[in-house]
Design a protein around this ligand. Sequence first.
Ligand SMILES: Cc1ncc(COP(=O)(O)O)c(C=O)c1O
Length: 499
Amino acid sequence: MNSRLPGTETDIADQELLRRTTGRFREALIELPTFAQLADPTKIPERIRVALRDVDPDSPHPLNLFRVHWYNAEDRRGTQALPAHVILPEALTGVPSPIVVALGDRFPMIRAHKVLAAYACLAPRLVTGRFDPTRHRALWPSTGNYCRGGVAISRIMGCRGVAILPEGMSQERFRWLREWTVDASDVIRTYGVESNVKEIYDECARLRPDPTNVILNQFSELGNHLAHRSCTGQALSHIYETMRASQPDLHAAAFVSATGSAGTIGAGDLLKERYGTRIAAVEALECPTLLYNGFGDHNIQGIGDKHVPLIHNVMNTDLVVGVSDRATDSLNVLFNTGAGRRWLADERGLGPELIDSMRHFGLSSLCNVVASIKTAKALGLGKNDAIFTIATDGAEMYATEVEKTLAKNFPAGFGATAAARVYGQHLAGTSTAHVLELTRVDRRRIFNLGYFTWVEQQGIPLDAFEARRDPAFWSELETLLPKWDALIDAFNAETGVGA
Ligand SMILES: Cc1ncc(COP(=O)(O)O)c(C=O)c1O
């Protein structure tokens, strides 16, 4: 394993530090879940599942670590047999392929699956003696949800967690951060909006010389990729296998993922290995970095960060799809206003349950839906070709964005005519423009673009950067998870919590 890439270590760096950490966790009664348990919560011991019944899913309670998975029930307290998902029908999408959307807003504390990425970046550091919760501050550079996940995990661990995010992110994110951070200085606002990731990195560079700061960069931490490959990939695979049991001809044709850190898209690697599923990376048309080496501001919060993340397995990606934020902003209004919902019921004949389920779709989730439609059209997929995608967070994170779009784009009000126009333009009329089926040359172009961020700017050694071109790098990476799980088991045994 190329140990010069961040977060790939499995050796113990500092025994004394590790001893202090286990001591701290013993006192605070913190037990760590293994990645195997998060991929399959039936492996979580019964004593923990019973204890969880009395734990508020939105509190910084240590047991909430055992809810960092896709199988939470609707009340977010218990679990259910299959991950929560919605299957979007042709009446809504205009394409015959079922679009299967896994719901991320049941994850604990932040109501978004990014808490999984945060745990996956910190846990290996903890159990290898590389993070001292009594001394270190965990720095979480992000455009919103990952840093909230990081702050939540830090609170549980009793260490300082610092969110670094652009000042232009949604008010809902900042409100949450105000409530969860210990000190106002633990929220650092950098210049810009969603796509201003370089400015976040600059802030990290400013803070790095302080040895008490540990930067957990989701864009380069391979734990993020691995957790999604195993946990999100397994969750989607489970949904697919269950659907196929009653529909044997169903093919897992595509996995569609709007990429921010490109952690989630790692789930596609597992689906491709098992079913030959094609993998589509999605970005905002206003910031088409993968499509056109482009740049720009946009409002699909959580994605499209003007660079190619180090953890993106580019050579395994099959399509790139651009979606405009005009579509996602407008659909956010269509699905989250009375007039929009009425129109969907009256004119499209959609049932109340389906319409209600749209509250689980935040802006990037809507982007994933539109991209799935584009993918279905571009690949000519039919009714036996299921498309899998993710709703990272729900609409509640963007209520103020509905107000903004209404004021900006619908000054005369949003009624049935406007709803019909939005539906026609952004769902029924979705075209295959800005969809690129990647050739080997395209993949090389995108892969090479990453050089400028990672080697020139962020100091990743050239051979470590290059190693990621080879599929063997990614399959070898998978050997890390069982090693980390063994270290987590040893860590828990040392703390004695739960023994
Ligand atoms: C709302 C939202 N959608 C999508 C993503 C992209 O997920 P990933 O970073 O795993 O590519 C993020 C990432 O932060 C996000 O917050």
